[in-house]
Design a protein around this ligand. Sequence first.
Ligand SMILES: [Zn+2]
Length: 229
Amino acid sequence: MNTTTSTKNGQKLNGFSIEDIGDDHLFTSLETPMKPNAFEMSNDEKKQRISILFSEIMDVLGLDLKDDSLQGTPDRVAKMYVEEIFSGLDPNNKPKVALFDNKYQYNQMLVEKNITFYSNCEHHFVPIIGKAHIAYKSSGKVIGLSKLNRIVQYYAKRPQVQERLTQQIANELKTVLETDDVAVIIDAKHLCVSSRGVKDDTSATVTTYYGGIFNTPEKIVELQNYINN
Ligand SMILES: [Zn+2]
């Protein structure tokens, strides 16, 4: 396992306050932290509750919920959270992947680059916008290209931390493709960094996972060449 990042890594939690953890985007586990009873409530119940709670937030902020433009917002936000931007929390939405045996592609490397995704930072609940690049060497099994995209989108549709997103995509690919020869590179912009806090509008964060044969300096250079061209 060798997830690296150009910003922080998970080892620095000790001695940091909850505030530091959030603003520095440190993360605590590779699994998305979920309550054991996360799915006791139905999606309809979740939408109803979120709508009530979100209208409360708007009300506290002093917004007039009787205004025609604002009236529908709590319902819209609730629907968007449950059905769209956080739908990847629900394992029922995990893409079903059919594997094909293809002996002609045995040992071939496949690179799928520039998979655009939209996620949300779990520390600030504002967007992370980025591109994922995926590579694998076939163990004789191949999956449809659109499935690579769907796997990225599924894990992106959660409150996320970029390192975890990288790792979760890599783990899923390793399981599905039955090989350790998997690489995931994510280049993303965090709106919580650019639009608030330090207001750095130009930085981007790159996280990488190089598994199996990809974890050599030569392969890493080869991959970078594919991605940059
Ligand atoms: Zn953030």
